[in-house]
Write a protein that binds this ligand. Sequence first.
Ligand SMILES: NC(=O)c1ccc[n+]([C@@H]2O[C@H](COP(=O)([O-])OP(=O)(O)OC[C@H]3O[C@@H](n4cnc5c(N)ncnc54)[C@H](O)[C@@H]3O)[C@@H](O)[C@H]2O)c1
Length: 431
Amino acid sequence: MNQTQTMCNFAVPPMERIRVGFVGIGERGTTAVFRVSGIPGTETAAMADLRRDQCERAKAWLEERGRPGAKRIHGGAEESWKAVCDDPDVDVVYVTAPAPLHPRIVLYALRAGKHVLTEVPGAQTLDEAWEIVETCEKARRHCMMLENCCYGEMEMLAWNLAHKGLLGTLVHAEGGYIHNLVWRQLEDNFRNRANFGGGTVHGFGNTYPTHALGPICLYMDVNRGDRMQSVVSMSSLAAANREFAEATYPPGSWQRRTEWLTGDMNTSIIRTARGRTIMMQYSTASPRPYSRINLVQGTKGCFYDYPPRLALAQKPGDEAEWMDGAAFEKARKEHMHPLWRTTGELAAKDGGHGGMDFIMDLRWVWCLRNGLPLDMDVYDLASWSAIVPCTGESDRNGGAPVEIPDFTRGGWKTAKPASIGDVDLKKMGFV
Ligand SMILES: NC(=O)c1ccc[n+]([C@@H]2O[C@H](COP(=O)([O-])OP(=O)(O)OC[C@H]3O[C@@H](n4cnc5c(N)ncnc54)[C@H](O)[C@@H]3O)[C@@H](O)[C@H]2O)c1
């Protein structure tokens, strides 16, 4: 591939002021507006939501706090978000609309010359992922998926352990999104009735892989020295939603009429070009306590989360014990990622998901203001999202291996590893 075309390690000149246009002011979008508006150097330039009142509520919140309010709000029509993308006073479009809409909005915004940040997943099909890559390369704009779990304290500790070489040669990792949402999926509200409402619900594969996969791809420098090559995927039987509906809702209710065929637990294994393996689990229908698993294993050690543990061998080949509480605490402090050391206290105040959402937003603002590459690029968006259709195809075919496209078209062999660095809060304007 022509190196002038690649978006690997792409950067733009420093931006002094970043004018952000938000699309989709629901649960996620509202908190994003609140967080980003608290970061000096940013301005909420515009907002759009199908429900205009959502924008009005967020605008009132901004005004009450004296933060630069959204000059323009749009709503009421299916495509009112186009006005945000076309707005000459918007530099960055921040997409928090429902997932099936992400590719359309991302593509339109890139073609309008905007940098784009999108919630997860960025695409649902391989065609969408390829179109986003090709459009981004042509537009020469940033296009990053807002994978907040990459910025969790334990994920960043694991990233640091891996990049300091303390785990040795990385060979295997495990991640998950195990989050019991049965009650939420069956609540009687507009969204659930529209999505499920008495029909048949059948999803194959892992439909929400990026919280599990994103951090692991950063540990392993996937798309920058390695790449995901193939995946196998299988789902268990489906039982938990039906059993909950039977125990909770009356006969004839839409919850009881809905046929839940999506397996309660999906397990997928990816193999990389360098021969590493990544095991991922996905379940929103399980009594298992919340977990992203977050295990990374090398020839010299292993980090394993939920609860966090670390085992380091003295030399390759030795067996290592999990550290006891005091030893782990010492290692946690010693190897804490600088970004968490600098921003952890600030993020804990109002950070979302334990602070990681705020740290993610701080980082892209810092990178744009300083002309640095973003921590994740369009190839990460495409390849992490591609796991949705690739695991779907494998699962539908009894776990047969499925090739994962190389969206970098060989660029992964020469791309430099991403250096996820610190930010300077004082320089950013925090006092
Ligand atoms: N990273 C995370 O931790 C995390 C957590 C939850 C959700 N998400 C992702 O965030 C996205 C939004 O999720 P949510 O929970 O905020 O959903 P939500 O339903 O609360 O919000 C979506 C908003 O988009 C609006 N919308 C719908 N169609 C629109 C259109 N055509 N134009 C403009 N606005 C439109 C809706 O009115 C709603 O306000 C999803 O893609 C989801 O996968 C990510």
